[in-house]
Design a protein around this ligand. Structure first.
Ligand code: DLL
Length: 424
């Protein structure tokens, strides 16, 4: 579709969506009132900048029903992601919203070459995380035989993959690398692995990671991007050109803003990605700040799709970490340490060993606890680990260290050491 036509559709949908949010979502109406903007002021996408931003903190503040745009009896599903202080962000879906989301995932699968003859192994987590349910639904829509494996249990994954000859795998790039190693150990070579394509996302991965995955698994590796607040995976997807991800622009309107000032930036400039959902009913998120740093491009694509493309995310404008596919905020860790009466001299270290993230938290003991017996210390480490696991959904290795052993910095404390090279 010519870009001008896409923009016309976006404008029509935006006018309707703003009216819906204003009339049906008291939280967003308040934000618009505070900014002095009314639905009548929005005539098309050229007026988008007049609307207030929404942030993760807004969704947290309004927990659990912030941005709910339909009566609960019209909603059929929730998905969820962790918030910054333990309160999760809950996204609601009507059946229409699920259909729309699954269509987006179906487009991603088709762009990766899938059709009804394919066997699609979905090895993203199922449950509150959007990865499994989204690609599962997309795969059904394409008519592929779908293997709803979820993540983990590598032995069973490999057995189903090889016995049922899975041709497409959907999982995080780090899990794909791990599966590749295990296949090699089992004696498989890239040309005896049945896969032809992989759809990898939910965390950052580099061009070098892509080359390795393609070589080791004998596949073409496609990037897929999305976030729970906007629906889940399939907000954008790569085509055979592998040169950035096409944004499903008929449903999601993208902008790039200066993260410091909030000013919209022209196409081609690097800044924070902001999305407006154009036709979601139950969770009509408008101008949502993703905190992902990115660049958009309208350069024509050899695949013929005219949807704008986003580069691989180049970092974040907040301190969110993605560890083993789970979103983690340092503030969540700090909240647990405070609750458990620990010192706030701590350090978080993340690295990658054999394609798997390692996650260590070092906490200095106050001098009065330093004399504790080894038995007491290891019990305390275990209980801290359990408290962190319950807050974050993943348990780091906890190390209690003697007072004054964590290096002091002259400026801001260095709390996070991330040794993974995630961004190109
Ligand atoms: O990660 C949804 C998803 C599932 C995407 C499966 C792709 C595949 P959240 O858990 O809400 O949702 O995390 C969203 O993950 O803001 C990015 O920072 C990061 N992210 C997602 N996809 C990519 C990607 C899902 N392809 C957050 N490359 C986003 C880099 C990604 N970062």
């Amino acid at each position: 579709m010519p870009v001008e036509e896409i923009k016309k559709i976006q404008s029509e949908k935006l006018v309707k969506q703003v009216k819906h949010a204003y009339e049906d979502v008291p939280y967003y109406r308040d934000l618009m009132d505070k900014k002095g903007v009314k639905p009548e002021d929005i005539h098309g996408i050229e007026d988008l900048h007049k609307l207030p931003f929404l942030e993760k903190s807004d969704l947290r503040e309004g927990y659990p029903y912030a941005m709910l745009g339909k009566p609960l009896e019209d909603c059929v599903r929730i998905q969820s992601t962790s918030g910054t202080t333990g309160k999760r962000v809950i996204a609601y879906y009507t059946q229409h919203d699920i259909d729309l989301w699954e269509d987006c995932c179906a487009r991603a699968l088709v762009a990766a070459g899938a059709d009804r003859e394919d066997v699609v192994q979905v090895s993203y987590g199922y449950g509150l995380f959007t990865g499994g349910p989204g690609l599962n639904g997309g795969s059904h829509k394409v008519g592929c035989l779908t293997l709803p494996m979820s993540s983990g249990n590598t032995e069973r994954q490999l057995q189903f993959m090889t016995d049922l000859k899975a041709t497409v795998i959907c999982c995080t790039p780090s899990y794909a690398a791990y599966l590749g190693e295990s296949l090699k150990e089992m004696g498989y070579t890239p040309d005896t692995i049945p896969l032809k394509a992989g759809i990898f996302g939910a965390e950052a991965w580099t061009e070098e990671n892509r080359r390795e995955l393609e070589k080791n698994l004998g596949i073409k590796a496609y990037d897929i991007y999305g976030l729970t607040e906007i629906s889940g995976p399939g907000v954008s997807f790569e085509c055979e050109e592998q040169g950035g991800m096409h944004i499903n622009e008929d449903h999601f309107l993208a902008e790039i803003i200066n993260p410091e000032t909030g000013e919209p930036l022209p196409e081609g400039e690097k800044g924070e990605l902001v999305f407006t959902c154009l036709d979601k009913e139950a969770f009509p998120v408008i101008r949502y700040r993703t905190r992902d740093i990115c660049v958009l491009s309208r350069k024509p694509c050899s695949c013929g799709r005219t949807f704008i493309r986003m580069a691989k995310p180049m970092g974040r404008s907040d301190d969110m970490l993605i560890i083993r596919g789970v979103n983690v905020f340092p503030s969540q860790i700090e909240a647990v340490l405070i609750k458990e009466g620990c010192s706030l001299n701590y350090q978080i270290k993340i690295s990658r060993v054999n394609n798997s993230d390692t996650f260590d938290v070092y906490v200095e003991l106050p001098p009065e606890q330093f004399d504790d017996s080894v038995k007491n210390l290891s019990a305390k480490e275990k209980s801290l680990q359990a408290a962190l696991r319950s807050m974050l959904g993943i348990g780091p290795a906890v190390h209690l260290v003697p007072p004054k052993t964590i290096a002091r910095s002259e400026g801001k404390a260095v709390r996070i050491i991330d040794e993974r090279k995630l961004y190109d």
